[in-house]
Design a protein around this ligand. Structure first.
Ligand code: NAD
Length: 542
């Protein structure tokens, strides 16, 4: 029995390795990339202590080389999902009783495994099957994931330390119970770190989890599962299932023990899940926690006082890194007429230097989009833009899926600030610019605020402090993560807790104590040392 108040190691952000030519990390990741490319693997589901194969399989391919097969993964039947729920509920009994510092140790060990022995493998897997450049893989699958694990452990301790005041003769205590039932985690394709965090954050707080990764992230999800196991996570705490998302979700939501969902993905799917939870509300033992981070239509607005090169660099990095497939990617930009040409010329000149191709070639800044559906969506949008009068392509506009799903970084300029590509999330390397008259700063801020249903990230570039103040006020509800003189992407755990409101999610700020609080149900315990023996209060006296 541990009779101590433990202090977890103080976290700091994992340093980003450079992968410069000749560096050992570059060599290690390329060795793993080549090995994984050459072999064909089979990914089972993991339910309790069993690897589950069903024979109902899907295939995994690199988006930049879609005819090549990396392996297959096994898809669940309804029965498998019911088993995963039962397994999670069984495992909960021991897991929820485990001392919190032992849970902390498991996830801290997982962080060290990713930082060390698994780093090149998880990065190579993310490069291969999600088509990330090494830099994008490193900041996601390695650094962000390590940060999630280390910082969340600290936030967990802070939550447990948060205790109420006491009157004399009384001791008030709060215990932070895991939710009653199991948690369902549903993750998107675009961040290995998000996938790992959605299940791990709930598990860290003593819950057990049924985790359904995206079909397009199974390859690196498999490595996350290996890390959990090597770190000592007991069987059944996180159960990984694949397959038909609708069947899996419907089965989960039928369970009276469904205690909460930790979701990241598109807005439409989340709304659909929320309404199903509503329809099922009479079934549940408790009101389920509903946490979802969803889509974005993220903006950059430049003031006439801003520096054109800084704005142009913000557009290139903000809109095109990872092919614009970040929920935070800049996809609508507002430029004042006085600097618009200079910004656009600089963007065009810089885009000419950008190379597109396989992430195995480190000179490529842009690789492929995730799948055929994404490719078709973007190709159709580009074709529509070519037909419409109100909009003109000033850079890019080509696409080719013969080997991989490649879409050239595309910049379009519109005369209509409400044109469809200013409003709709396309989730790819297409950014739309609108040029506004310099003397309409206030009016343009109103347009930025009212154009889209989303409110995830946004950036304002200005050297004029009054203009910045005006933007901060006018755009108060337009973004959950607001950037001043910086691109709207690249949130760092512990520094910029992430999430948005309106159609962008419940804003429970991944990588913060606020998020972890959603996975506990506090119990207040009041203990009176010398209880009263007479019901009469003094005011009753004559
Ligand atoms: P997606 O909505 O296609 O899929 C997300 C998850 O939902 C996947 O696991 C998928 O299998 C599952 N799903 C799909 N249809 C479902 C259904 N009918 N019922 C239940 N589950 C279903 O999203 P994606 O393409 O994987 O990811 C891109 C989206 O995620 C974008 O909209 C992006 O903005 C958003 N995103 C948001 C954040 C954020 O923090 N706000 C972060 C990353 C991604």
């Amino acid at each position: 029995m541990a009779n101590s108040v433990f202090q977890v190691p103080y976290p700091s952000n994992e340093p980003i390795l450079t992968y410069a030519p000749g560096s050992p990390e570059k060599e290690a990741v390329l060795v793993n990339y080549a090995k994984m490319y050459a072999e064909t693997i089979e990914v089972p589901m993991r339910i309790g202590n069993e690897d589950i194969t069903t024979g109902d399989t899907g295939t995994m391919s690199p988006p930049h080389d879609h005819k090549h097969i990396l392996g297959t993964y096994h898809r669940a039947s309804k029965n498998d999902i019911e088993n995963s729920i039962q397994t999670a509920l069984e495992a909960k009994k021991a897991w929820s009783q485990m001392p919190w510092e032992s849970r902390a140790a498991i996830f801290l060990k997982a962080a060290e495994l990713v930082a060390g022995p698994y780093r090149s493998r998880i990065n190579a897997a993310t490069m291969l099957a999600q088509s990330k450049t090494i830099h994008q893989a490193e900041i996601d699958a390695a650094c962000e994931y390590i940060d999630f694990l280390r910082f969340n452990v600290t936030f967990m301790q802070e939550i447990y330390e948060n205790q109420p005041e006491n009157d004399p003769g009384i001791w008030n205590r709060v215990s932070y119970r895991p939710l009653e039932g199991f948690v369902y985690a549903v993750s998107p394709f675009n961040f290995t770190a998000i996938a790992g965090n959605l299940c791990a954050s709930a598990a860290m707080m003593g819950n057990t989890v049924v985790w359904k990764p995206s079909d397009h992230q199974v390859f690196s999800a498999n490595i996350l599962m290996q890390v959990f196991r090597e770190a000592g996570l007991p069987d059944g705490v996180i159960n990984m299932v694949f397959g038909d998302p609708e069947m899996i979700t419907n089965t989960v939501l039928e369970s009276p023990d469904f205690a909460g969902i930790h979701y990241t993905g598109s807005t439409e799917v989340f709304r659909n899940i929320w309404s199903k939870i509503g329809q099922n509300i009479d079934r549940y033992r408790s009101y389920p926690r509903i946490v979802g981070e969803t889509g974005g239509k993220d903006f950059i607005i430049a003031h006439p006082s801003s520096n054109p090169k800084e704005v142009a660099t913000g557009i290139i990095r903000g809109a095109f890194e990872f092919q614009g497939q970040k929920c935070s990617a800049a996809s609508r930009v507002y430029l004042p007429k006085s600097i618009a040409n200079e910004v656009i010329d600089f963007v065009k000149a810089e885009l000419k230097t950008i190379k597109m191709g396989s992430p195995e070639d480190f000179q490529n800044f842009v690789t492929a989009v995730i799948h055929k559906g994404a490719f078709d969506r973007l190709a159709n949008a580009i074709e529509q833009v070519k037909k419409d009068q109100k909009v003109e392509i000033v850079a890019g506009g080509t696409y080719d899926n013969s080997k991989g799903y490649f879409v050239e970084p595309t910049v379009v300029v519109t005369t209509d600030p409400h044109y469809t590509t200013m409003k709709k999330e396309l989730f790819g390397p297409l950014v739309t610019l609108y040029v506004y008259p310099d003397n309409e700063w206030a009016e343009t801020l109103t347009i930025v605020d009212q154009t889209s249903e989303y409110a995830l990230t946004g950036a304002v570039y200005s050297q004029d402090r009054y203009a910045l103040e005006e933007a901060l006020n006018a755009l108060e509800n337009s973004a959950g993560n607001f950037y001043i003189n910086d691109k709207p992407t690249g949130a760092v755990v512990g520094q910029q807790p992430f999430g948005g409101a309106r159609g962008s999610g419940t804003n429970d700020k991944a990588g913060s104590a606020a998020n972890l609080m959603r996975w506990v149900s506090p119990r207040l315990i009041k203990e009176t040392f010398v209880p009263a023996k007479d019901y009469r209060y003094p005011f009753l006296g004559k």
